[in-house]
Design a protein around this ligand. Sequence first.
Ligand code: GTP
Ligand code: MG
Length: 337
Amino acid sequence: MSKRGKRGQGGGPKVTEKKVYLRIEDLPSVGTATAQKLREIGYSTIESLATATIAELAAAGIGEKRAAEIISAAREAIEVSWVTAKQLAELKKGVGRITTGSKALDRLIGGGVETQSITEFFGEFGSGKSQLCHQLAVNVQLPPERGGLGGAALYIDTENTFRIERIMQMAKHVGLDPDEAAEKIIYAEAYNSDHQILLLEKADRIIKENNVRLIIIDSLTSHFRSEYVGRQNLPERQQKLNKHMHKLLRLARAFNAAAIVTNQVMARPDEFFSAMAVLPVGGHIVGHTSHTRIYLRKAAGKNVRIARLVASPYLPEGEALFRITENGIEDLEEEGR
Ligand code: GTP
Ligand code: MG
């Protein structure tokens, strides 16, 4: 996140001319009434406005010209603009990673789940999607030298499968105070797809105020799948899902947070062992906006799972094995270091 210039204190030398904007109403062209409107549609921080689109602000009854001014003022305030490739490399250095608990799985995905993009875990029931979400919600709290980001997690649960006891068990195992760990997971159950969308749209303030570095949606697709049944409803479902994913991506970028979504898929019995044999419910749209996609399946051996990297912006495809134990997500054997 960019540092903002300090306001010159009276008398002393002027440090910088750059204005400090703390609240959205401080931006030029945003008055109190507009700020209220923006908050109602989920834009309560400058970061979120900087990554908004004109059409989204127009939804709050703000004219296009005004919307463009607001967005550009917000961008200027947080210095989102063109960068050189060299600066880009610097920005990328800011990408953080969260350990999954398994070194083999971390290695497969380039060192852990990364910030500023979306990671999708997909697979059949019981393949370990929710367990990975629980583990990452704990691990994000670890200090960087132990594979965390020293931050909190935001957890949107759509299937009521979040278990606080499991969090505490995992926290204890990694040496975190279980109660403190539970306090750093900000939880909401989404009752339907609209509620799910709304929860995310209203999340930016919570993310900022709580130093949230990991946003989880488990499951991304279950409500959409049950509510938009039939072919005729597919375009609407995809369009909503697409928008939801873009909102998630923008939050991940604005707050340098990791984003994780899960997606239950059914294996086709005829091609059971092929990763290509699964049909993610979100179809191609989810596929394109997810930067990293990991297919999970059960394997022979007690609680063993196979993770297959099926899409990544820069990593080769590959597989890794891990185990789900009382401790959480672990390697099969203690790996030689
Ligand atoms: P769906 O949400 O149904 O699509 O499945 P999922 O992919 O989210 O599966 P989940 O992550 O819930 O994985 C379930 C598996 O994790 C179970 O089959 C158990 O083997 C294991 N598991 C879940 N909870 C615990 C627990 O508290 N202790 C242990 N040892 N294993 C657990
Ligand atoms: Mg689950």
